[in-house]
Design a protein around this ligand. Structure first.
Ligand code: PMP
Length: 384
């Protein structure tokens, strides 16, 4: 029986991942385990030890409107955005959250008119991130409700549009599509980092969401941040988090600060070196997309989105987008791509969850190397 083996070592210990030919490959979630290989090599530079008596208080910065934000995390967020050039942090308020998932909900709360007779409509252009509809409607709020695909939204009055750029699931750069008076925008910029897309402008939208989950790969730390122009909106988001979880884990915030600091430190050395975090990520993603496109070509059963290259302001290089997900389409007879791939023990997410049809699936590109290699190998051997 054939196996794919990948070993990673940090000097003192080695982890070996073995994926056998018929094992189940789960690429349904965007779990960013690809980055473990980088952080192993960083060793002490990204290690945090917390004595038992520290970080016990609820409070982090009582003088700040966001009283639970650790100042160190706030300053590392500003430093990293400045070095990368992907978002403007000047004259903006930072709200920290338990992942950008909590901040998304805080933003819905903060933007909804408090005294409206009807819930405000929440829209996003399909294919949209599959969690938006379920998170929006989960608690049957009287403040806001999911109203579907922004492309076909034509109602009068106020609305909230979610703009994900680069987009999950298809990886394209996006702008708002409704563009009508009364529109409130949430820009989800989880993937607006140089390993995924050439950074061509400094984002300066009213409300932008970021997360360590997709920037550094620390999804388990559950730290996200919002950059907010309007102080009243930032205050209402803070209020939501205060009532929801009385703040955000300090342990996690300090770990995130340490990780962001380590990333920034690598950005200050030459940007085209592999020990630059984003250059590591870009090379790895570029290699994976090349392998995937080769497998798709060999199989002849699928198609993938195409992207155009651009100059990245961070690296100065001309580079193509390398999305965190592959938006794979079954060409030909197969109507349900997800169940077809499940037949080959590959778990993906059905296109219908993203407001599209079942010919499409979303496949994570961020798993460990051995898993990814086994996936492309299996794909290249499929023929109709
Ligand atoms: N927004 C988008 C577009 C995402 O893809 C994800 C993660 N899959 C999230 C938000 C949630 O991120 P977090 O882990 O920070 O809650």
């Amino acid at each position: 029986e054939e196996v794919q083996v990948s070993s990673s070592s940090n000097g003192s210990s080695t982890t070996t991942t073995v994926v056998s030919l018929d094992s189940i490959i789960n690429l349904d979630h965007g779990d960013p385990t690809m980055y473990e290989a980088f952080w192993r090599k960083m060793g002490d530079k990204s290690t945090l030890v917390i004595p038992g008596w520290q970080l016990m208080s609820y409070f982090s910065d009582i003088g700040n409107f966001c009283w639970f934000l650790e100042p160190e995390l706030g300053s590392e967020i500003r430093r990293l955005h400045k070095l990368v050039g992907n978002a403007d942090t000047e004259d903006r308020y930072i709200v920290v959250g338990t992942g950008s998932t909590q901040l998304f909900q805080a933003a819905l709360y903060a933007l909804s008119p408090p005294d409206a007779t009807e819930p405000i409509n929440v829209v996003s252009a399909s294919p949209y991130y599959s969690s938006y509809p379920s998170i929006t409607d989960f608690l049957k709020s009287s403040l806001y409700k999911w109203a579907g695909d922004a492309n076909s939204y034509s109602k009068e009055g106020p609305y909230i549009e979610l703009v994900t750029s680069p987009n999950n699931p298809d990886g394209y750069t996006r702008q708002s599509v409704v563009n009508r008076r009364g529109g409130l925008l949430i820009h989800d910029l989880a993937y607006h980092w140089p390993q995924y897309t050439p950074i061509t402008s400094v984002a300066n939208h009213d409300l932008m969401l970021f997360t360590v989950s997709k920037s550094t790969g620390h999804a388990g730390t559950r730290i996200g941040w919002a950059l907010v122009k309007d102080k009243e909106v930032a205050k209402r988001m803070t209020k939501f988090i205060e009532l929801n979880t009385i703040g955000v884990s300090k342990d996690s915030q300090l770990r995130a600060a340490k990780i962001l600091k380590a990333v920034s430190d690598t950005c200050e050395i030459k940007v085209d070196q592999a020990d630059n975090f984003f250059e590591f990520g870009r090379r790895e993603m570029s290699k994976r997309w090349e392998l995937l496109r080769e497998a798709v070509k060999q199989s002849g059963m699928f198609s993938l989105p195409e992207f155009t290259s651009d100059t990245c302001n961070h690296s100065g290089k001309i580079t193509e987008p390398h999305p965190a997900f592959a938006w794979l389409k079954c060409e030909g007879e197969i109507e349900d791509c997800e169940s077809f791939l499940r037949g080959h023990n590959i778990l993906t997410r059905n296109g219908k969850h993203f407001g599209m049809d079942s010919k499409y699936v979303r496949v994570s590109m961020l798993d460990r190397e051995a898993t990814f290699n086994q996936f492309v190998k299996r794909l290249s051997n499929m023929h109709s």
